[in-house]
Design a protein around this ligand. Sequence first.
Ligand SMILES: [Zn+2]
Length: 369
Amino acid sequence: MEKYNKAFKFRILPTKEQEILINKTFGCTRLIYNMFLEKRIKIYENEKKSTSYNTQTKELTSLKKELEFLKEVDSMSLQITLKNLDKAFQGFFKKITKFPKFKSKRNTRKSYSTNNVNNSIRVEEGKLKFPKLKILKVKFHRLIPTTHKIKSATISCEPNGAYFVSILTEFYQEIKPIPSKNNIVGLDYSSKELFVSSENQRGHSPKFYSQYQDKLAKEQRILARRTKGSNNWYKQKLKVSRLHSKIKNSRADYLHKLSKELIDKYNSICIENLDLKSMKIKNLAKHTFDNAWGMFVLMLEYKAKFAGKQVVKIDKYFPSSKTCSSCGSVKSILELNERIYNCNCGLSIDRDLNASYNILAEGKKLLAY
Ligand SMILES: [Zn+2]
């Protein structure tokens, strides 16, 4: 049995009172985050050392005696805020993330998290029991299986004013045996089409970003003309961030469908283990991130795991493009604009298709056929 996590996100319909409390909690968690961030900065500046999560938790307890309103909101959400701040600093000290920033009141995406303690978060008669908010009306478009244990939940408000709850669960599942070795495919990454498969299927990823690029540029120009911090500026900023969410959501939907289709169809999917960081330098970044190869690979891996299938990753130094899939000879140079692979052995084939054949062959080798 192996442990898995899965998140379920649902739209919630809070009452007016619940909405007020949710917004108070957004406000309190932001206040705590900013106050304790400032404390950390001061300690660092004055004493050149850092403080700990435990110390800050104790400080929070005494602060609650001063600021009574902090007691109105879910205390767990404040503790989690300190934990997140601590994580942000750990990330900074390990040079993974930038120095933590103060949270702005006008941030368009608001959220807070809480943990399930003694069944404080549970589904009951089609409604959600939730700390402090009591009973929440939820649009359950799917059921949380009874075998899943609720660990935590995050309430958020999107730029368009809709409220959501994301419920994180934990469950145990037997790993299914990997099915027979047939039904195997190779995918070559393509900046234009997301991928080309060894069966000549193409990802045809719509360019969600480019599609909205003109509109986004127009709205951003309007934003630039507005006085920063004015009401009209915030209104325009909201418009821009709604467009960004729209792009993000339609891209994720598309990638979910496509990855599911491939996992249903094949038992093993061979891909290159691309180094997206170095590709960024080569100025492929916009395309690469627009068709979101990285997100696609994560989805493939995740879905494969659940289906008892596998994603085989080929070493990133494997010359998949330069190798002839027919005779095996390797070219020393292959220009980016050479779309057809021509070999002395007589092979003349679409460059990406050739690469996908090589990735498939290498994947089969790794699976020790
Ligand atoms: Zn050849």
